[in-house]
Design a protein around this ligand. Sequence first.
Ligand code: SF4
Ligand code: SF4
Ligand code: SF4
Length: 328
Amino acid sequence: MVDLKNLIEITKKIISREDVKYIVGYKKGTYGFQIMPAFAYTPEDAEEFIYSPLCSKNLAVYTILEEKLPLKRGEEEDKRKIGVVVKGCDSRAVVQIIQEKGLKREDLVLIGIPCRGVIEPKKIEKMFPNQTDLIEVIENDNSEYIINIGGKTHKVPKNELLSDVCKSCEFPNPPLYDVLLGEEVEITETEEFSKINELDEKPTEDKWEYWKEHFERCIRCYACREACPLCYCKECMADTLNPQWIRRSVNLSENTAWNIMRAYHLAGRCISCGECERVCPVNIPLMELNKKIERDVKKMFDYTSGLDEEEKPLFGMFKPDDPEDFIL
Ligand code: SF4
Ligand code: SF4
Ligand code: SF4
């Protein structure tokens, strides 16, 4: 459990430094189970920071949204650091972006949270529908959530609400941080790719039927792209008109092209935070695509993304023993 007093104290201390511009963390939303990103520019702002099992959003996405406006004549560049509260997967996203030279380590202050998993918003909303009052969730031990709604307390087994990605998370502890809030959590043995292996054994026609049914429902809202901390190209291939890689029409062909392209563009980069699937309004199981590629990358190149900021990204390195049987 994260000690909230400690989180606020540490945030206040960091934002009081002259070399820090702001810190991104979590605060209560405006209704129900909603949690919002919070930006602390002053020690007073840090008072509203919270951390609970509802904090599923990957805040690493905000590190790449920092706008660098053109400088006026005589104006000096603001070189202050940005602080971010990072769980295991958020920290891995930051590591991956540093590897890709999208960010510099020295521009960041990372407040690490050893993560015991987060609640899947869609699961809790289904269990307690149409809640408008603000709801509080506490994890009382490793197996139960205590949920307070309108003065009533509900106890729910953790497994019923835990995000699927957290059930098979191999890296709950941030690999990169400046300060860690609490003891590292123990890593439990998981069968990370069991579902993917199962799907893989199906005949090709069945796999196509399965994905066809899902891709047909895609509305190309690009929420999956916007929520992903590793989808930060200045111009996405899905938006270019010359050449136009994907047409704007929403149909099975173009939707398939989009979803396959998105998944492949994240090969060796996706850090399995589950944000893309979480925000998809039509519930496409995007993590099944991501996990398949993650498993294949691991098998072929013995590579796992987002663990060491000094390492080169998968597509930026070559090992003499890399398999080459796919080269025609
Ligand atoms: S994937 Fe891992 S680090 Fe990320 S929220 Fe789940 S348990 Fe925490
Ligand atoms: S979030 Fe879902 S519906 Fe929207 S573009 Fe992505 S896959 Fe399609
Ligand atoms: S593709 Fe999905 S799971 Fe992977 S890093 Fe992006 S949002 Fe997270």
